[in-house]
Design a binder for this molecule. Structure first.
Ligand code: GLN
Length: 492
């Protein structure tokens, strides 16, 4: 086996090779670790590598495969976003605050994927506390987009996205509070799925905005996301918001038959502010689905223009409450030689948190403060409800909703960082899906000037299957998901 040949392969292809024993888990693990070693200096996608532990697990997986015992991910190397707690392995959340934090337990997602036989190669860089759309807020430095090293990979799961696009792993985990799986998937040419709120346990995922956070997979194909979704999902007694809904075999149930599928196109997404090149790529992907028998229907989501304002009250409000625990006392960064308790709190938080995190805490604290709670937080909750109802009305007419994943392709470093509102606009097409708790997927829809762009598919609550099927059909008829970056300027 030529080691390099496995690097861009899909999980389903590698699964078959592992089961036929034409490759061993140790060989795969060595190949991906080698890739990380060669490419990470340029990309900065991975913050912690667990080579020794991974190789031990790979040996055990090979023994299991030898006995004919295999589960969905037996022997499959994966990377986790550094927001998932990993027992005994440093978990930073992209922050100085947690630079030395070593959790005592695994997140449920980590436990479940391990139980399915996955091999954890390490942890991926990310925007600090998952706040950002470009991976420029990480304490551990920016992550580069493998398609163009001068551009951002998207965020906040930008390390995860860059890692998979660069062939450092066939499967990665991410989290999506307002778009952090779908937007980097779009910017790096991947398939990324944000499941329905409650589908995947949040236990052990460092909290950003608890009513919006949801973990999901990023991979080369919808088929791979289907395999991973089954492995990650399920009710968890440790997370009271995890849903008691049976986990189906999303991969086994994949169906490319989409004849008569009604796809809603929100007028508010395809209006004059949509970039023309993005519109063209998204419409071309939709034309493929139409050829396959889907029916395109114009719909309205009349309150979608309130999504950004609503999200940027609710998410910071929840973040300000969640991040109150980092006080320099119990865990996390503590300032040097505090004068008194007040000084300890103030300096530990000022020195431990970056600028964007501090901005969110201030906005959130303000929105929750006694005089403004009704005007901001309560009002935002009311608008959230209306946005959710818009989707429910639309789903009376259509089976899924489609639109762009992001307003454009990956942008050069520094172009949006000085203007928080320009950065917040990156999630204009994704945020409402989190506010409504729906499943959303981004799949490759082609290229603009050599840079990948995605199409977003939004499903009814707990109907991940239909958006996976639709993306799978698109990937049966097109080959955008097969393209890999040439990785200019890399040593490998
Ligand atoms: N970009 C959005 C934010 O900064 C969403 C981030 C996310 O989904 N984690 O809040």
């Amino acid at each position: 086996m030529a080691e390099d040949s496995v690097l861009g392969m899909s999980v389903s292809a590698l699964q078959m090779m592992l089961r036929k024993r034409s490759v061993s888990s140790v060989e795969l693990t060595e190949a991906f670790i080698g890739r990380i070693a060669a490419a990470n200096e340029s990309l900065n996608a991975v913050v912690t590598v667990c080579a020794e532990q991974a190789l031990e697990q790979a040996q055990e997986a090979d023994a299991a495969l030898g006995r004919g015992e295999y589960r969905s991910l037996t022997g499959m190397p994966i990377l986790h976003k550094d927001i998932f707690c990993t027992r005994g392995v440093r978990t930073t959340c992209g922050s100085k605050m947690l630079e030395d934090f070593v959790p005592a337990y695994d997140a449920t997602v980590v436990t479940k994927m391990k139980a399915e036989g996955a091999i954890m190669l390490g942890k991926c860089n990310m925007d600090e506390f998952a706040m950002g759309s470009s991976n420029e807020t990480s304490y551990f430095g920016t992550v580069k987009n493998p398609w163009n090293l001068d551009c951002v990979p998207g965020g906040s799961s930008g390390g995860s996205a860059a890692a998979i696009a660069a062939g450092m792993a066939p499967l990665v985990t991410g989290t999506d509070t307002g778009g952090s799986i779908r937007q980097p998937a779009s910017l790096c040419g991947l398939t990324g799925l944000k499941p329905t709120y409650g589908r995947v346990s949040r236990l052990g995922i460092i909290a950003f905005a608890s009513s919006l956070d949801q973990a999901g997979p990023m991979a080369h194909t919808a088929e791979d996301c289907a395999i991973a979704l089954t492995a990650m999902s399920g009710i968890d007694p440790g997370d009271s918001t995890s849903a008691d809904i049976p986990v189906s075999d999303f991969h086994g149930a994949l169906d490319t038959q989409i004849d008569g599928l009604r796809i809603g196109l929100p007028r508010e997404y395809f209006n004059d502010s949509l970039d023309n090149a993005v519109r063209e790529r998204v419409m071309a992907a939709l034309a493929e689905l139409e050829k396959a028998g889907a029916v395109l229907v114009d719909i309205d989501l009349p309150h979608s223009h309130y999504a950004i304002a609503t999200y940027y009250v609710i998410a910071p409000a929840e973040a300000s409450a969640n991040l109150a625990r980092y006080d320099g006392v119990r865990f996390g960064y503590r300032c040097e030689a505090p004068q008194d308790l007040e000084d300890l709190y103030r300096r530990s938080r000022s020195e431990g948190f970056g600028e964007e995190v501090q901005r969110r805490i201030l906005v959130g604290t303000y929105a929750l403060s006694a005089g403004f709670y009704d005007a901001y937080f309560n009002k935002a909750q009311q608008v959230r409800r209306i946005i959710t109802e818009d989707f429910h009305h639309a789903f009376e007419q259509v089976d899924i909703i489609a639109g762009p994943s992001a307003p454009g392709v990956a942008f050069p470093f520094g172009t949006k960082q000085t203007d928080p509102v320009a950065m917040y606009m990156e999630d204009i097409y994704t945020l409402a899906v989190n506010l409504a708790g729906l499943p959303g997927l981004s799949a490759p829809a082609g290229f603009i000037d050599g840079m990948p762009i995605g199409i977003q598919l939004i499903g009814k609550p707990f109907d991940e299957q239909t958006i996976l099927n639709t993306a799978h059909r698109l990937q049966t008829d097109t080959d955008f998901h097969m393209a890999r970056p040439t990785l200019q300027g890399l040593a490998s």
